[in-house]
Design a binder for this molecule. Sequence first.
Ligand SMILES: Cc1cc2nc3c(=O)[nH]c(=O)nc-3n(C[C@H](O)[C@H](O)[C@H](O)COP(=O)(O)OP(=O)(O)OC[C@H]3O[C@@H](n4cnc5c(N)ncnc54)[C@H](O)[C@@H]3O)c2cc1C
Ligand SMILES: NC(=O)c1ccc[n+]([C@@H]2O[C@H](COP(=O)([O-])OP(=O)(O)OC[C@H]3O[C@@H](n4cnc5c(N)ncnc54)[C@H](O)[C@@H]3O)[C@@H](O)[C@H]2O)c1
Length: 485
Amino acid sequence: MQREVDVVILGAGPVGENIADRVRAAGLEVVVVEHELVGGECSYWACVPSKVLLRSAAALRAAKRVPGAAEAVTGDLDVEAVLRRRDYWVSDWSDDGAAGWLADAGIGLERGHGRLDGVRRVVVSRDGDGDGDVTLVARHAVIVATGSDPVIPPIPGLAEASPWTSREATSVERPPARLAILGGGVVACEMATVFAGFGTEVVVLARSGLLGGMEPFVGDAVTAGLRGLGATVRTGVQATLVERTADGEIVLTLDDGSTVVADEVLVATGRKPRTDAIGLERVGLEPGSWLRVDDGLQVQGADGDDGGAAWLYAAGDVNHRALLTHQGKYQGRAVGDLVAARAAGRPVDLGEWGVHAATADHAAVPQVVFAEPEAVAVGLTEAAATKAGHAVRTAEVAMTSASGAGILADGYEGRAKLVIDDERGTVIGATFTGQDVAELLHAATVAIVGEVPVERLWHAVPSFPTMSEVWLRLLEADGRPEARA
Ligand SMILES: Cc1cc2nc3c(=O)[nH]c(=O)nc-3n(C[C@H](O)[C@H](O)[C@H](O)COP(=O)(O)OP(=O)(O)OC[C@H]3O[C@@H](n4cnc5c(N)ncnc54)[C@H](O)[C@@H]3O)c2cc1C
Ligand SMILES: NC(=O)c1ccc[n+]([C@@H]2O[C@H](COP(=O)([O-])OP(=O)(O)OC[C@H]3O[C@@H](n4cnc5c(N)ncnc54)[C@H](O)[C@@H]3O)[C@@H](O)[C@H]2O)c1
């Protein structure tokens, strides 16, 4: 069976859903192809369950840091209740609600595995009782939003030991007594925080420091925070052999000759693109590769891509620009509107910060690591900015320099740092650590995207006594404008 529609989207994760929303709002006929659950990794096995699993223990710790409230905390974390709340937030792994939203919005859904079958063509092997394959022919565009899968590194014995990936961790029914975690990135830090909060004996095995892509003080803070929760953090170690014994224990041999014994091992060593079985070879691309795109999210090097006849786009994890839901959705809004504008023959704006360009992917990607403590950053670190050729100056202060932080929690610990382009006088990077710093990040994102001169930021007055006053302390550390002249 063959069907012609305006736009075909491969993958109904958060990014595919957003693209479909934009394209449909412009009046185009759109079909999304999904072979698992509408809502994708984020809704059922990633962002949503992980943040729900983190929240209860974080609230408990917060209460214990405030005299008066601390005395009222008389029990331990109710892990069963946390898991029930997680089940609610993932809708018991049912996508009825999400699929219903698609239907209400007038977006078509083909349930099954989709793969490219030449220029503007997608074949869907329908799930279950579906009546055979359907070929979707796109009048205007095919947009790939198939996401990413966890990488299982080739450590001898690891794959055979039935390791956990983030899916098993976020859908856990009974937390293990002992959990080893391979990796020192975001998943490792957040999951170590979750399971340490549950009372699991956690050992993090990281080949370098934690959260290496962020300012160095971040890794130090999260290492200390995890240790404070009772977790063991070992850096500079690699597993060389993994075995699951007859009685179900996991034994990891490390490159320093020591061993770690656990009940489960979570692999948190990064992601690979979900492109190995989507027919890339049928359009001149390499199966299993990340899809290289320009700022208009157009896939580079695909067949039929010559002469400006754009038809193949990719957004979200699969293009490897920023493996984050919010950034993928930002790309989704841009590409959805771009495809709709091109279909209608309207002008497109792909210039820097143009409405159809994903410019922020280069300059201002915000990320919140919901570990203990929270660690958040946007833009460039000092090291990355220097490497990129910026002449920079920095301002760095303790979060407790803002009285709001001290009032929030006794013994508050955290740092704040701005990276300032010394020639342009604008903020190009910001990092904060500490309890509840997540909500400080958007102000930094606005300052970077708006290229607000630091001199003008002195007129953006933070309220007393909020944690946002750390902005004032950072400006003071940088110096009053006339003193700098
Ligand atoms: C543990 C964990 C926690 C995370 N926490 C956060 C967070 O707090 N904040 C944040 O911003 N990001 C977070 N992320 C990252 C976030 O999950 C991803 O960036 C996001 O899910 C990417 O969205 P996507 O739509 O590109 O891909 P996905 O969410 O992976 O969706 C892709 C969809 O495409 C479908 N699909 C794939 N191939 C086919 C095919 N051939 N045919 C049909 N359907 C197909 C899949 O079934 C899936 O539904 C986290 C990731 C992990 C692993
Ligand atoms: N709160 C959030 O925003 C959030 C939460 C979780 C995940 N995510 C996203 O999901 C993506 C995946 O997260 P992740 O933590 O899996 O990846 P990551 O890239 O953040 O970290 C991977 C870690 O694994 C280590 N590693 C890689 N190969 C290894 C090997 N062979 N042996 C030992 N260690 C190895 C790396 O040194 C690094 O510490 C990230 O890009 C992140 O943006 C975001």
